[in-house]
Write a protein of this length. Structure first.
Lengths: 260, 558
C-alpha cells in the first residue's frame, strides 16, 4: 500500500490522501444521479475517490493542465448546466455531476510541411468551422475560460495568428466540441492553427539555425569530449570560475570566448 | 474558504515583520547562505535521501544490496501481475511491429516519431491517454545553448555542477550537444516558443545556469511540447499505431536474451494481449505516485514506477535510484492544493520563506535539496512550522512581498496560474502568504543507459525520467523537458536502426527472465502478497476498503 503515508517517517510528511478536519460537514452530491454524502471541502475528483471509486479514466495530472477530467453538473433546482475540471472544482451541495473523459472529435491528418498559414488550410481540413452559428456555447463550456467562439470566428476569417494566440491555454478536454450544435472540433482546429503559427507566422530563430549548423559541423565535439574526460577537481574549478551572465545582460559578453 | 481564523491570526505575525524584510531585500541584504559544511549538516540530518529510516536494501535483482526508499523497494521486491505459467503465447491476441514504444509522454512520443521517420512501423502503447505524463505538468521551460554568449560547453558545466559532479559524463555531453537540435526540431514542428519580434528565442536564467538558456511557451512549456508531439504522432497513422489504456506489465525476451515485445494489459476490459517487436523503447516516466517517505507529490496520476520494475526484472541495472528530488515549495494548504508545485519563480521574485513567528530561517536560493532540508528542519526539529487544521506542516512563502518589491500587479502578471489556483479557494496570494512544504517532484535515478539510449538488454532502449545518470544527484530546472526530447529522439533513432539491422529477427517471446526473478523473490523470502507494476495508485479510504467485502485487490488495482 504505497499510496499511504509510511508510518515510520510520518513525522516529516503526511502523504497525499486527503485528511479531513474534525467536524467537516458531509453534503449530498449525486455522482451520475446516485447520492453520496461527501466532505464539503473536497474537489470533485477527490470526492469521487472518497466515495469509493478508483479512476482509470477521468484522472490525469490532478493539477488542471492535462484535460482528462472534464465534468458537467447541475445543482438540484437550477436549470443551468455548469462545466469544470474535476481536479480543480470544489463540490457543492446538491450537485448532480457526470464526467466526460472522452468525446469523439476527429482530428484531420495533415503534413505540416505541405500547408501554409492560411484560411484555405483551415477550411480544407476542417470545413465544418464555417458552420458556426455564433451561439457561444463553446465559450461557456470552457473550463480554462478561453474565448473559444472568438478563436473559431478568427479561424473562419483565416486569421491563424489570432486563433493560435486566443487558444493558447487550451488543454484539449473537449467540452467545447461536446456542446457545439455545429459539430465543430474546436480544439483540433486550434491545434492546427497553433502549429501553423509556430511554423510559418512566427519568424524563424536565425541564431538557432546557425548554432544547429555549428553543432552538425562538429564544432563542439572536441570541447565536450574534453569535459567528459576531466576529473572532478578540474570540473569543480571550471564550474566555480565560470562567468555568470548578469540578470540584466543587454550587451554583455563573456571575457572567455574560447568555448563559444 | 480561505485561511481559518487561527491561521489568519498567525499571518499577522508574518505581516508584522514584512516591512522590515522588504526593506532589507531592497538594500540587497539577504539571509546568509549556508557554508558547504552547514549544507552537509542539514542535508545529512533532514533530507529524506540521507535518512536511514524509510530506506532499505533491495534483496533481489541486478542492484541487490543497494539501498532505496522502501516504497520503491516494495515495487522491485514484488511478484508479477500474472505468472508466466499462465501466459499462453499461442492463445493471446498478438500483433507485430518493428518498434514498440511503451509510454505516451514526451519521451515516448519523440521516440515514436523518430523511429517512424527512420522507416519503422511503430506501436506506441500507453497506460492512460496519449499525453498523460509529467511532461504536461512542466511549467518553467527547456534549456538549450543557442545564444551567441553560450555554448554546449557551458551548459555541460552547469548540468554537472548542479548534479554535484556525480552525473554520467557521456549522458551530459549527449544532453547538451543535442539541445539546440531539439529546439530547432520543435520549432519546425510548429511549437509556439516565446520569441522576440525578429524570431530570436526569449531566454531566461534558471537555478544554476551560467547563461540565459531557459526557453519557454508561456507558463505551460511542457503542455505545449506534448500537444505538438501528440498531434504530430497522430499525423502518421500509417506508421504509428497508438494504443491507449494498454499498460505493459512485462517485457518479453527471446532465447538469446533480446527484448522482443511486451505483455500488455487492457485496463478497461482486463484482458491481456501481446505486441511482438524487433526493438522496444521504455519511456514510462517516474515514481512520484509511490509517495516516497509519505511525501505528497507534484506528479501525474500514472507515475508509479512501472517501467523501472519491468526493466529491472529484464535485467537492467538501476543508476542513482538512491536520489530523489523534493521540490522545496509544494502547497501545504488548502487541502485541495496539497502537493501542488509552487514554482521557484515566487522566490526569484523576492518572496521570503518565514516560520510561524514571521522570521526568516533560510536563504531563498539554496539548491533545491538544501532548501527542502532546511524547511523540514524548521518544522520538525525546531517546531517553528505552522500546523494546518488537518495536521500537515508548513512554512510561509511570503508572496505579498512581491507586490511591494516589484509593484502592484506583478503577482497576477508573472504567476497567473498560481494566482487563480489559490483564489479559487479564497486565498489572495497578493495579500496573503502561501503555506508550503517540500513535495516529491522528480526521480533523479532510473534505468542505466548509454548515450545512445541503449540498456544492457539488446534491443531494449530507454529514455526520459525512467532512466538515471543524466542529472546525477540533482536536476536543474529546464533539463527534464530537454532530457525527454533528446533521449526520446536518440532512443527512437537507435531502436529503428537496431530493428532494421536485426538480420534473423527476434526469436519466440518468452518470460524466462520473469521465472528466474520469481525464484529469486522466493529465495529472498519475499511475501506473496506484493504485486507490481502498480499501474494505478489507490486512494480508496480505509473505511471504504473495510466495507468492500468481496473486492479483490491485486496490488493497488481491484
Amino acid at each position: 500500500m504505497s499510496a499511504q503515508p509510511n508510518e515510520k517517517v510520518q513525522v516529516i510528511a503526511s502523504g497525499d490522501r486527503t485528511i479531513l478536519p474534525e467536524g467537516t460537514r458531509m453534503i449530498p452530491v449525486y455522482i451520475m444521479g446516485k447520492k453520496y454524502l461527501l466532505p464539503e471541502t473536497l474537489t470533485i475528483q477527490k470526492a469521487i475517490e472518497y466515495a469509493g471509486y478508483q479512476f482509470i479514466r477521468a484522472c490525469g495530472c490532478r493539477g488542471g493542465i492535462c484535460g482528462a477530467c472534464p465534468t458537467v453538473w447541475r445543482v438540484k433546482g437550477d436549470y443551468q448546466l455548469h462545466f469544470g475540471l474535476a481536479c480543480q472544482t470544489v463540490i457543492e451541495e446538491e450537485m448532480v455531476l457526470a464526467q466526460l473523459p472522452f468525446f469523439p472529435a476527429n482530428k484531420a491528418v495533415y503534413d505540416l510541411e505541405q500547408l501554409q498559414a492560411t484560411g484555405e488550410a483551415i477550411a480544407s481540413l476542417y470545413p465544418e468551422v464555417m458552420k458556426c452559428v455564433g451561439c457561444n456555447t463553446c465559450t461557456r463550456a470552457c473550463p480554462m475560460d478561453i474565448d473559444v467562439m472568438e478563436y473559431i470566428n478568427a479561424a473562419m476569417r483565416g486569421d491563424v495568428a489570432r486563433t493560435a494566440r486566443v487558444s493558447f491555454d487550451c488543454i484539449q478536454c473537449g467540452l467545447c466540441s461536446a456542446r457545439c450544435p455545429a459539430q465543430i472540433a474546436h480544439y483540433h482546429v486550434a491545434q492546427l492553427c497553433r502549429r501553423l503559427y509556430g511554423r510559418y507566422v512566427l519568424p524563424r530563430a536565425e541564431h538557432l539555425a546557425s548554432r544547429v549548423d555549428e553543432i552538425q559541423a562538429g564544432k563542439y565535439d572536441g570541447f565536450l569530449e574534453e569535459l567528459t574526460r576531466m576529473d572532478e577537481d578540474q570540473l569543480r574549478k571550471l564550474y566555480v570560475e565560470r562567468e555568470v551572465e548578469p540578470l540584466d545582460s543587454e550587451g554583455w559578453e563573456p571575457g572567455d570566448k574560447r568555448y563559444l | 474558504m480561505g485561511y481559518t481564523p487561527e491561521m489568519k491570526e498567525l499571518i499577522k505575525r508574518v505581516e508584522a515583520t514584512r516591512a522590515e524584510r522588504v526593506e532589507r531585500t531592497r538594500r540587497g541584504e539577504y539571509f546568509p547562505a549556508m557554508t558547504l559544511d552547514e549544507r552537509a549538516e542539514v542535508l545529512g540530518r533532514f533530507h529524506p535521501d540521507y535518512k536511514e529510516a524509510g530506506r532499505r536494501a533491495v534483496k533481489v535483482g541486478p542492484n541487490k544490496g543497494d539501498v532505496y526508499p522502501e516504497e520503491f523497494v516494495e515495487q522491485l521486491e514484488a511478484y508479477p501481475r500474472i505468472h508466466p505459467d499462465r501466459v499462453d503465447f499461442g492463445a493471446l491476441p498478438t500483433s507485430e511491429t518493428d518498434v514498440l514504444v511503451i509510454g505516451g509522454g514526451g519521451a515516448g512520443s519523440s521516440a515514436a516519431l523518430r523511429a517512424a521517420e527512420n522507416g519503422c512501423r511503430v506501436v506506441l502503447a500507453t497506460k492512460l491517454r496519449h499525453g498523460d505524463a509529467n511532461t504536461v505538468m512542466a511549467e518553467g521551460g527547456i534549456q538549450g545553448a543557442d545564444q551567441e554568449v553560450d555554448s554546449p560547453y557551458f551548459h555541460y558545466l552547469d548540468v554537472i555542477g548542479g548534479g554535484h559532479f556525480t552525473n554520467r559524463p557521456e549522458l551530459v555531453a549527449a544532453l547538451t550537444h543535442d539541445a539546440p537540435l531539439v529546439m530547432s526540431w520543435l520549432e519546425s514542428l510548429g511549437m509556439m516558443f516565446d520569441k522576440e519580434p525578429d524570431g530570436r528565442m526569449r531566454v531566461r536564467h534558471g537555478g544554476g545556469t551560467s547563461r540565459k538558456r531557459m526557453h519557454s511557451a508561456g507558463d505551460m512549456t511542457g503542455s505545449e511540447i506534448m500537444r505538438v508531439l501528440r498531434d504530430e504522432v497522430r499525423n502518421r497513422p500509417d506508421a504509428i499505431e497508438v494504443m491507449e489504456f494498454s499498460a505493459a506489465v512485462e517485457l518479453l525476451k527471446d532465447a538469446q536474451g533480446r527484448a522482443c515485445g511486451a505483455l500488455l494489459y487492457n485496463l478497461e476490459t482486463e484482458a491481456y494481449f501481446v505486441v511482438r517487436a524487433r526493438a522496444v523503447v521504455l519511456a514510462t516516466g517516474g515514481f512520484g505516485r509511490l509517495h516516497v517517505q509519505g511525501f505528497a507529490t507534484t506528479n501525474h496520476y500514472g507515475a508509479t514506477a512501472d517501467g523501472l520494475v519491468l526493466g529491472y526484472r529484464a535485467g537492467v541495472s538501476l543508476d542513482f535510484m538512491h536520489s530523489t528530488q523534493y521540490h522545496p515549495t509544494g502547497a501545504a494548504f488548502p487541502e485541495q492544493n496539497v502537493g501542488l508545485l509552487i514554482t521557484e519563480k515566487v522566490r526569484g521574485l523576492g518572496a521570503n520563506l518565514v516560520n510561524i513567528d514571521g522570521e526568516q530561517f533560510v536563504f531563498e536560493r539554496e539548491p533545491r535539496d538544501v532548501e527542502s532540508a532546511a524547511i523540514i528542519r524548521e518544522c520538525v526539529e525546531r517546531a517553528r512550522g505552522v500546523t494546518t487544521p488537518v495536521g500537515r506542516l508548513g512554512v510561509w512563502l511570503d508572496s505579498p512581498m512581491i507586490e511591494e518589491l516589484e509593484g502592484p500587479g506583478t503577482v497576477e502578471r508573472e504567476l497567473p496560474a498560481k494566482f487563480v489556483q489559490f483564489m479559487r479557494y479564497g486565498i489572495d496570494i497578493r495579500k496573503e502568504p502561501m503555506l508550503v512544504y517540500p513535495t516529491l517532484h522528480y526521480q533523479n535515478g532510473g534505468l542505466k543507459i548509454t548515450a545512445d539510449a541503449e540498456t544492457s538488454v539488446p534491443g531494449l532502449f530507454a529514455a526520459g525520467e525512467v532512466t538515471g545518470g543524466v542529472h546525477g544527484e540533482n536536476r536543474l530546472m529546464g533539463n527534464s523537458l530537454l532530457d525527454i526530447t533528446v533521449f526520446g529522439r536518440r532512443a527512437g533513432t537507435n531502436a529503428a536502426a537496431y530493428a532494421q539491422n536485426l538480420e534473423d529477427g527476434p526469436g519466440e517471446p518468452a518470460l524466462d527472465h520473469v521465472r528466474a526473478f520469481i525464484a529469486d523473490l522466493e529465495a529472498g523470502g519475499v511475501g506473496r502478497d506484493r504485486i507490481s507494476p502498480m499501474l494505478i495508485p489507490d486512494y480508496t479510504t480505509p473505511e471504504v476498503r473495510q466495507r468492500q467485502l468481496t473486492a479483490h485487490y491485486l496490488g493497488t488495482l481491484r
